[in-house]
Design a protein around this ligand. Structure first.
Ligand SMILES: [Zn+2]
Length: 275
């Protein structure tokens, strides 16, 4: 069953746990992530990122998400991750994504507000909740540096945009860290949670360290985005040994991705969710 992200994230916020958000990039990965959720009998957020369009197009991703989402044994949120073009995000909200993200965090504050508010207004008419980002979660592989989310700006941003959940920059980055685990700003997470009434989202969860993520969730993060660790688990399987058939290889990849996904349910204490 496809559901909106609103209620489950609010429940996570109120009860001190988080939902994992898993990006999928093909049918094998979405099946593995769903298998993890079904095995745990917990809802799942399955996400397609606009920046993965070159690997899997939006129509393709939508078909997979709608099919697996509607036939799943657990509630599924079909989420658009990092939509950068407002018209495209609106299209996604109108064509089956049950949750969308508009990411205008690279813009100036006023432009981020304007773009986000416009998308929120449109998506809410369709009953689709919107995630936006303030502060900037960068990547490790470039000069695209992160900046921490300021509390006052976040409060103002939520008030002005009426956004449903907020991606905040608290020390994580997208991709794999070059040196060890990152230093997270737990104090800032607690301040943000105390000042805002919307669920907080942590991007770049992969390789941030289980203890770090566990504490981030305790301090107030309600959704953690995971992509790189899942993709690398599938890659590692390919590099580890030779397979006697393509099918044997596919099953091994699914098992590896499922196992990483299940691990994150444990780290985020998602079993606290009650139906
Ligand atoms: Zn992200």
């Amino acid at each position: 069953m496809l559901i909106s992200s609103e209620k489950i994230l609010q429940s996570a916020r109120d009860n001190g746990y988080a939902f994992p958000h898993f990006n999928y990039w093909d049918s094998n990965s979405i099946r593995a992530e769903l298998a993890a959720a079904e095995n745990r009998e917990l809802p799942v957020i399955l996400a397609w990122a606009q920046k993965h369009s070159g690997e899997i197009g939006v129509e393709d991703a939508l078909s997979l998400g709608k099919y697996y989402g509607s036939t799943a044994k657990v509630p599924v949120v079909l989420h658009l991750d990092h939509g950068t073009d407002p018209d495209f995000v609106k299209w996604c909200a109108a064509h089956g994504f049950s949750s969308v993200m508009i990411d205008a965090s690279a813009e100036k504050y006023d432009d981020n507000v304007k773009i986000t508010r416009d998308v929120v207004h449109y998506a809410h008419q369709l009953g689709v909740p919107v995630e936006a980002e303030i502060g900037h979660v960068g990547t490790n592989s470039s000069t695209d540096n992160s900046t921490y989310t300021e509390v006052e700006a976040a409060v103002q941003f939520v008030k002005e945009t009426k956004v449903d959940s907020l991606a905040v920059s608290i020390g994580t980055s997208h991709g794999v860290y070059q040196q060890g685990t990152p230093k997270l700003n737990f104090k800032r997470i607690a301040e943000l949670k105390g000042s805002l009434n919307v669920p907080l989202v942590c991007h770049g969860g992969s390789s941030s360290g289980d203890e770090n993520l566990r504490k981030a969730v305790e301090m107030g993060i309600s959704k953690v985005n995971i992509f790189t660790d899942l993709a690398n688990a599938a890659l590692k399987v390919a590099q580890e040994k030779e397979y006697s058939s393509q099918f044997e290889f596919s099953v091994a990849q699914r098992d590896a991705v499922q196992s990483v996904a299940e691990h994150y349910y444990d780290v985020f204490a998602t079993e606290k969710y009650s139906y």
